[in-house]
Design a protein around this ligand. Structure first.
Ligand code: DHB
Ligand code: FE
Length: 281
């Protein structure tokens, strides 16, 4: 049977992709940010998952405002990115796992999550930056199969945080019912607090982010007390991306072990966070 071995939450700022490309990991601006990923790199190297389910938001590359699914999932053999204007180089294709994708789609729809299924899907920095961060070497990225799960946190109304947590639980059930022997990791990406536009551009909220990270392992329901409108006020309209971390958390068991956490403010305009959660046996 397939097993979810753990989950990782990570921010997706495009500047991170450029820093990796230009080998700037040891520069004073970047060092403590990248140091926060060492435990995740070690854990991934040790556990060597076969598949990564990557929960992210598209920012206008694959879906635009004219057609915006609330939740979409890839069922393609490969996923390509392309130039979005951030200076990030197009990367070699990411390898999909169509069989597991279709199993998850089937399980989700029967579990009353009517998700948009995509046999073709371009992936933007919301996907490629976390992939680059987790597996900085191309050879490693070639080994891992990916399943993109795309969430609308771009055009209101967004799904509620509660719906995200429940979608995660349904993804957890879907993986657990897949017959092939596979180790699966789930990544919740985006956030933490940031606001990219308007008079308050540059807004972050360390206190709120810290409490969010503090509660994520044992009390993820803590975030559900806030509406998305309230969250936009508290963590910035782009900070609402953090609700995608609840999909990752929901997919894991009730009991998880937090193996590491880092918080770095700011990277570009964003309060960047990373957390590594291991599933209980
Ligand atoms: C930045 C953050 C984002 O979430 C994003 O999608 C693009 C840019 C930033 O802080 O620069
Ligand atoms: Fe973003």
């Amino acid at each position: 049977m397939a097993r979810l071995i753990g989950g990782i939450g990570s921010s997706h700022v495009p500047a991170i992709g450029n820093a990796i490309e230009q080998n700037m990991q040891s520069d004073p601006y970047w060092k403590s940010f990248f140091d926060g990923y060492v435990p995740a790199w070690k854990w991934l190297e040790e556990r060597k998952p076969d598949v990564a389910i990557l929960v992210y938001n598209d920012h206008g590359l694959n879906f635009f405002l004219d057609k915006m699914p609330t939740f979409a999932i890839g069922a393609a053999p490969q996923y390509l990115n392309s130039d979005e204007g951030w200076g990030l180089k197009p990367l070699p294709p990411f390898q999909g796992h169509p069989e597991l994708s279709w199993h998850i789609i089937d399980s989700l729809v029967n579990d009353e999550f009517d998700i948009t299924m995509c046999q073709e899907m371009q992936v933007d920095h919301g996907f490629t930056v976390p992939m680059n961060l987790m597996w900085p070497e191309q050879a490693k990225r070639d080994q891992i199969k990916v399943i993109p799960v795309c969430v609308n946190v771009v055009q209101a109304p967004f799904p509620t945080a509660r719906r995200c947590l429940k979608l995660g639980e349904a993804i957890g059930r879907a993986v657990a019912s897949y017959e092939e022997d596979l180790d699966v990791v789930i990544l919740g990406t985006g956030g933490l607090s940031h606001q990219l536009d308007g008079e308050r551009a540059g807004h972050t909220n360390r206190e709120f982010d810290t409490e969010f990270l503090e509660k994520l392992s044992d009390e993820p329901e803590w975030l559900l007390q806030y509406s998305n409108l309230e969250l936009a006020e508290i963590v910035g309209p782009q900070g609402v991306e953090m609700i995608m971390w609840l999909i990752m958390r929901g997919a894991l068991n009730k009991q998880v072990t937090e193996l590491s956490r880092n918080y770095h403010i700011p990277i570009s305009n964003t309060a960047a966070g990373v957390i590594l959660l291991e599933n209980s046996a």
